[in-house]
Design a protein around this ligand. Structure first.
Ligand code: PLP
Length: 381
């Protein structure tokens, strides 16, 4: 690994560019391609990913918060940015100032934006979110027309998009629920457009639906996890095969690496780490890894995950602590101080995937990636 870092996250430029091209092929040349870069680009590094993605043909970015959007603007990124999350009323001015598009579904937000548009002399483009059955953000279909009318009567506000979000597409190979959500969207959108102007941008997709439902009628695709080289779930991959759709070739973008902080010999019968949850059954060589749950290495990986050292798998021994854990390198000849330890990614013929860690920690790959502490340096390779 070299240099002065105890750990780092490596971002593969060729892998990211490859994945973007795969999705562009799937989406087609005419639809807008929105890269979801919220949660620090799913742990990959917001600015590192965004800079590569604009060069690779992404049209829009989706963030969760105004802070993330302003971060993109400060880095000189000028493409449209849609805030997908909730923007507090007190943060709207900053959003308008940075020319961010906002997801709206509250009357209070609309009223405040109208005031700001007038005072700041700006046009504010909003995307109305429709509730289709996720029961997260959104305006009920029966309230949509009045909500949109309220926006359109206010000078300075423009309804640029109508969005929604699938609830249950990744966890199953049965897609009647998302199909009902699609139908709810279509019906509401048709009714809205029958009574007024067309909505320029219509979008409802995530990675799974971009792969499984390449629906006509939508003209912006929001893609998150797939860009980072992961399938949303086994079920999505299986559905793709069952539907006889061409599975995309996706390449994981992220590798998480540290270096050994100490190599030590431990006798048989020693109890390792906090709580003594592991006991050696033979004379053992441990590598102390200077990464812990503060860094995002989940405590649920204690005594269960593996890391890679010199291309071999080394089991995690004892509990993952705040800043350290130990790995058993007895079967890794020659492991020494400051050797690379791969927590996630490939070393030689071995690979640890985010899915591997997620299944051990009882979560999903999204969470494993998104929780890698933003303070860990991201390096594009
Ligand atoms: C509103 C919205 N759109 C799109 C996405 C992207 O989903 P995925 O990462 O599965 O592509 C997310 C992710 O959670 C989201 O919240």
């Amino acid at each position: 690994m070299g240099g002065s870092l105890t750990e780092r996250v490596e971002i593969s430029r060729p892998a990211l560019v490859h994945n973007i091209r795969e999705f562009r092929r799937r989406i087609g040349p005419r639809k807008k391609f929105l890269a979801v870069v919220k949660a620090n680009a799913y742990g990959h590094g917001l600015l590192e990913v965004a800079r590569l993605a604009v060069g690779a043909g992404v049209d829009w970015f989706g963030v969760n918060s105004v802070d993330e959007g302003v971060g993109l603007r400060r880095a000189g990124i000028g493409v449209p940015v849609l805030v997908l999350g909730y923007t507090p009323l007190g943060a709207l001015e900053e959003a308008v100032d940075a020319d961010l598009r906002l997801t709206v579904y509250n009357r209070e937000t609309v009223a405040r934006l109208a005031g700001l548009a007038g005072r700041m002399g700006k046009t504010v483009r909003v995307h109305v979110k429709l509730e289709t059955g996720t029961w997260r953000q959104g305006v009920a279909p029966r309230d949509l027309a009045a909500f949109v009318r309220d926006i359109r009567r206010r000078p300075g506000l423009v309804v640029e998009g109508l969005s929604s979000h699938f609830a249950n597409i990744e966890d199953t190979t049965k897609h009647d629920y998302p199909r009902r959500q699609l139908e709810t969207y279509r019906t509401a959108c048709r009714a809205l457009e029958a009574g007024g102007p067309r909505v320029p941008l219509k979008h409802m997709s995530c990675t799974a639906s971009t792969i499984l439902f390449p629906e006509p009628g939508f003209n912006l695709a929001r893609v998150g996890i797939g860009l980072y080289g992961l399938w949303p779930s086994k079920e999505t991959y299986l559905s793709c095969l069952l539907d006889r759709k061409d599975p995309l070739s996706l390449k994981p973008v992220l590798a998480w690496k540290a270096r050994i902080a100490q190599v030590k010999k431990v006798p048989a019968g020693a109890v390792i780490g906090y709580g003594g949850t592991d006991r050696t059954t033979r004379p053992t060589v441990l590598a102390v890894v200077p990464v812990g749950y503060f860094d995002g290495y989940d405590r649920g990986l204690s005594n269960a995950a593996h890391v890679l050292v010199k291309g071999r798998r080394a089991p995690v021994r004892g509990r993952v602590a705040m800043d350290f854990f130990m790995a058993d390198v007895t079967d890794v000849p020659g492991a020494k101080l400051e050797d690379d330890v791969t927590l996630l990614g490939a070393d030689g013929r071995e690979r640890i995937t985010a899915e591997d860690l997620a299944s051990i920690a009882g979560t999903i790959s999204y969470e494993i990636l998104a929780r890698i502490n933003p303070l860990v340096p991201r390096v594009v390779v």
